[in-house]
Ligand binder design. Structure first.
Ligand code: GLG
Length: 828
């Protein structure tokens, strides 16, 4: 890319910056300039982190030119803008992403090498921005990148947490949580926007004002107020074509210190208000697929929703007379129910602040919002006790009651819903001590509601939103997730990217579905060999990391069998560990057989309060310790748990997998996105018919994916019947012996009863179908062992996976959202 675009600034006649040159010579000079004048070091004195800062600043300048151009274009063209409201953006490191998308990787590498500096080592020092928990937050990050790459004027709105997702250490096999401090040394990617600060209220009272000859008005006088201050991060699209904004809100007190209190000697009391305000954006809640029901969480949700809506309204009124046409100019996507209070807040702003009538406000609201559901797990569906909601957000509560009354009227009058159906759609759950149901609120306040895979969307219609679907049958649609091929293929796997470019030319870089041209090369022995060689190098890199971090030697010649994701019972890491134990047993009992060597790799974090998940981490580590030190298994089986899984680690792991474990209990994983990253990088999948695995099967073909186990329907059926694991365990000696070994303390001799409950739970209640699916899983693993012996076959299937996964790009997802839901973007 040339980057030689004139930055049309703001039309004030200010001079435009000169076009920037991108040759290594110029870049090297500019990096040294930044090092001198911004960092204050000479090249001789500079440490690696100084080079990081100088390089980042040079790249940042180039981005800013494009950023201003993109924002100006969106403003003046009046095109519809898309706002993605998300409590989480798991963006990871940004430097490599920016360099790659500006096509500057080689010139920057060369520029730095002139000073003996290695770009790869410099990049490693950038903190990994972990403002998210897992799939949901990472999806938001992929979507931001894809919106910029597909030329959609997208705007991310979220929270600038001071502490992101905790750092995980493993001590004596158990998870330990440590604070994460990504902002400790400043953040060159963000720009504070002091002029963009909004007041956010909490608590207080609502009074009715009745002026003669006018309709009654409600006025909310909050008891507490804090400021939301904007911090903007540029998000660069592919080839730098468009740069969009991620705007994160930070909470600040209106008065930093209460001087009266301070002067009267109450030094701590003087800071109470300020601490309370700042607490709102201090830390990310670490619960994934689980409702975190504390008051602070509701404060966070309302805080960022209100700030974002006030900002959107300001932006709209900049170019429009009033808010009547808001929905023509802005689409707001609610990422899960975390921002669902926005529905009530927008109504409040429209009616109380901007004087719209209820009916018109409701029309605008519904036309503006759309909502994505990410899970059906009952424990993850957000609902807030009425008393808490009312105390914190009294006016929004009134509005929710009024919305509810309208919906119920419609259901009763137009659809003849009876009481039980009304109870199911009501925004108020009368059963559990009266609660506000955020899913229902998001649903009724949106014109489109989507699931994240075909199966999940169908299950949404049948389960959580069954009755709302009957009431509004056109509202639910599917938008299968995707992942950005820039980060997850090009940056994470440069070896494969070069190989593919060499084989089919560079067109797939701009249109990833063209990677399908690779498909016939699966039959070409020479190509397969090169493909396998790339994989081998990636595996060596991961093996080195494991050797360095954990002092465990693993053989890159073995199958790298990998399960990395949040630790959750439904994701069934436990099933994978049991299989490892059964295999260990078999290798010891039958050393004479021709075993296929395997390295089982795990990584992932457990929510700090999720006891079962923490036990599973402990077990994985205990099993690893025992197996890895047993000379009887030689190099045939190794088990590794890599601590502190995050985006950067994933970028090393995904390209190094031979086998991807996607083994959730069918019907419970909404989509998955790790499954896509692995397959794109040529891993074969062993998985259940769950989430997006179902669509991956359709795309890669049944010969190239290894599906086993109960279907979602069978799981639901079994759950309705008795579901003890006892009878299954009695019939399967492999399973029984593995469980006996766990519960008798073979892996935890220092504390033999450690896993007693974990195992006895399985006997009593096989809720996650671990026992029910065990045999099918075992058999499928043994088929894979056999397949590994035929490397031609294995590698051909791996090539088919890479070639056929283009559809799972988040560019495709985003184009579908733009076309069907937002009606925005270049094709609108
Ligand atoms: C959810 C689901 C995943 C899904 C992701 C993104 O559990 O299956 O892929 O959102 O839609 N809580 C999540 O991470």
């Amino acid at each position: 890319m040339t980057n030689e675009v004139d930055s049309a600034l703001d039309g004030t006649g200010a001079p435009t910056p000169a076009p920037r040159k991108n040759d290594p010579e110029t870049l090297a000079r500019q990096i040294v300039e930044k090092l001198t004048y911004s960092v204050g070091k000479t090249p001789a004195e500079a440490r690696r982190y100084d080079w990081l800062e100088a390089t980042t600043l040079v790249i940042r300048d180039r981005i800013i030119d494009q950023w201003m151009e993109s924002s100006q274009r969106a403003k003046t063209s009046g095109e519809k803008r898309v706002c993605y409201l998300s409590m989480e953006f798991l963006i990871g490191r940004l430097l490599r992403d920016a360099i790659n998308n500006l096509n500057l990787t080689e010139p920057i590498r060369e520029a730095l090498s002139r000073y003996g500096v290695d770009l790869d080592l410099v990049e490693l020092l950038e903190p990994d921005a972990a403002l998210g928990n897992g799939g949901l937050g990472r999806l938001a990050a992929c979507f931001m990148e894809s919106m910029a790459s597909t030329d959609i004027p997208g705007f991310g709105y979220g929270i600038r947490y001071v502490h992101g997702f905790f750092r995980q250490e493993i001590a004596d096999g158990a998870q330990v949580e440590l604070p994460e401090t990504w902002l400790a040394h400043g953040n060159p990617w963000e720009f504070e926007r002091r002029e963009l600060a909004y007041e956010i209220g909490f608590g207080g009272k609502v009074t009715t004002i009745q002026e003669p000859g006018r309709p009654a008005r409600q006025v909310w006088r909050p008891a507490e107020r804090v400021l939301a201050v904007a911090y903007d991060t540029p998000i660069v699209g592919w080839r730098g074509r468009r740069v969009n904004t991620l705007r994160l809100w930070s909470a600040q007190p209106l008065d930093p210190i209460l001087l009266d209190a301070f002067n009267s000697g109450d030094h701590i009391g003087a800071l109470v208000e300020s601490n309370k305000a700042e607490a709102i954006t201090r830390i990310l809640y670490p619960a994934d697929s689980h409702q975190a029901g504390q008051e602070l969480r509701l404060r966070q949700e309302y805080f960022f929703s209100s700030a974002s809506l006030q900002d959107i309204i300001r932006r709209h009124l900049h170019a429009n007379e009033n808010l009547s046409n808001l929905a023509d100019k802005f689409s707001i996507q609610l990422n899960d129910t975390h921002p669902a209070v926005s529905v009530a807040e927008l109504m409040r702003l429209l009616i109380d602040v901007h004087g719209h009538e209820w009916a018109e406000a409701w029309e605008i609201t519904r036309n503006t919002f759309s909502y994505t559901n990410h899970t059906l797990l009952p424990e993850a569906l957000e609902h807030w006790p009425i008393h808490l909601f009312e105390r914190l957000l009294p006016r929004q509560m009134q509005i929710i009651y009024a919305i509810n009354a309208g919906v119920i009227r419609e259901a009763a009058q137009e659809k003849g819903f009876d009481d039980s159906k009304i109870a199911a759609i009501s925004l108020i759950d009368e059963g559990n001590g009266r609660r506000v149901r955020m899913g229902q609120l998001a649903f009724v306040g949106s014109h489109a509601v989507n699931g994240v895979s075909a199966l999940h969307t169908e299950l949404m219609k049948e389960t959580v939103f069954h009755h709302l679907h009957l009431l509004y049958p056109d509202r639910i649609e599917n938008k299968t997730n995707g992942v950005t091929p820039r980060r997850w293929l090009m940056q994470a796997n440069p070896g494969l990217t070069d190989l593919v470019t060499d084989a089919i030319g560079p067109a797939f870089l701009d249109d990833i579905e063209k990677i399908a041209d690779l498909d016939p090369l699966a039959d070409d022995a020479a190509f397969r060999e090169r493909f396998a060689a790339v994989k081998r190098r990636n595996k060596e890199q991961l093996a080195n990391l494991i050797g360095e971090r954990m002092a465990t030697q693993v053989d890159p010649g073995a199958i790298f069998d990998i399960q990395v994701k949040r630790i959750h019972e439904y994701k069934r890491q436990f099933l994978n560990i049991i299989e490892a134990i059964a295999l260990y047993d078999q290798i010891r009992s039958h050393p004479e057989r021709d075993w296929t060597p395997r390295v089982k790799i795990f990584a992932g974090k457990a929510a700090p309060s999720y006891a079962q998940a923490k036990q599973i981490i402990h077990l994985a580590n205990d099993v690893a310790r025992t197996i890895n030190s047993d000379p009887a298994v030689r190099d045939l089986l190794k088990v590794v748990f890599i601590p502190n899984y995050n985006v950067s680690l994933a970028e090393i792991i995904m390209p190094a997998a031979d086998l991807s474990e996607q083994i959730s209990t069918a019907g419970l994983e909404a989509s998955g996105t790790g499954n896509m990253k692995f397959a794109m990088n040529g891993a074969l999948t062993i998985g259940t018919l769950d989430g997006a695995n179902v669509e991956m099967l359709e795309h890669v073909g049944e010969d190239n994916i290894f599906i086993f186990g109960l279907t979602a329907e069978e799981v639901a059926q079994r759950r309705r019947e008795a579901h003890s694991g006892r009878s299954i365990i009695a019939e399967l000696p492999l399973l029984r012996e593995a469980l006996d070994a766990i519960s008798s303390g073979v892996f935890s001799p220092e504390d033999p009863a450690r896993y007693h409950d974990l195992v006895s739970n399985l006997y009593n209640n096989d809720w996650w179908m671990t026992c029910a699916d065990f045999q099918a899983y075992w058999d499928t693993q043994r088929r894979l062992d056999a397949l590994w012996q035929d490397q031609d076959e294995w590698q051909a299937k791996a090539v088919h996976n890479t070639a056929r996964m283009g559809w799972f790009s988040s560019d495709r997802s985003i184009r579908e959202y733009a076309r069907d839901i937002w009606k925005a973007g270049p094709d609108a």
